[in-house]
Design a protein around this ligand. Structure first.
Ligand code: FMN
Length: 179
């Protein structure tokens, strides 16, 4: 499973990713965390050349990211909620996945969608951010097999006080990906 983390700080998203990775390491299931914000990734210019031949002219970290995505069935996106939508780092990453569109390279892959935000659940902010991840899944033909919101996380380690929710989510995730 690939875990794509939409925040570049050592915050709630990365801490959750590390907990998931550790749980899966314990059952010898390979996971890898990618933090696009800490990589070298050019912003898509919209040239559309990749629609023709599936190849992007930029040489940067997206080359290896795309190879990893091709080889994985399960891809977990964790986004911090920013202005009710996904983070800019994740959007830049998603745009650069367009070379996979012409070959239907994302179709049929499993998406696990997670949003994390400072606001409470009743304000629908993390719900809206989750919807932006799910919209990407719909556009790319991925199947959302599990989604989850973590609310009330403002400071960088607030999620650590939600250990029961994290454990429950990890157990659900294990069930969904049949391990
Ligand atoms: C630019 C910006 C916009 C934000 N907008 C929202 C928002 O609309 N709703 C919300 O619940 N939290 C919002 N937050 C708070 C973050 O979602 C929250 O701090 C989250 O835990 C950050 O994840 P991280 O620790 O992984 O970076 C915003 C934070 C930033 C920096």
């Amino acid at each position: 499973m690939l875990i794509i983390v939409g925040s570049r700080r050592d915050g709630n998203s990365l801490k959750l990713a590390k907990k998931i990775k550790s749980a899966f390491d314990n059952i010898r299931l390979h996971t890898e965390i990618i933090v696009p914000g800490n990589q070298k990734i050019h912003i898509c210019t919209g040239c559309m050349d990749c629609d023709r031949d599936g190849i992007c002219g930029f040489t940067d970290d997206m080359k290896s990211n795309i190879e990893k995505i091709k080889n994985e069935k399960d891809i977990l996106f964790i986004t911090p909620t920013r202005w009710n939508i996904l983070s800019g780092d994740l959007k830049i990453f998603m745009d650069r996945l367009n070379p996979l569109f012409s070959t239907r390279g994302l179709k049929g892959k499993n998406m696990i969608a997670v949003s994390i935000g400072a606001k409470s659940d009743d304000l629908y902010s993390t719900e809206a951010a989750l919807t932006s991840l799910i919209s990407f899944a719909e556009a790319s033909g991925m199947n959302v097999i599990l989604d989850k919101k973590f609310n009330n996380c403002l400071n960088s380690d607030d999620i650590l006080s939600q250990q029961t929710e994290i454990d429950n989510f990890i157990n659900e995730l294990k069930n969904k990906i049949n391990c």
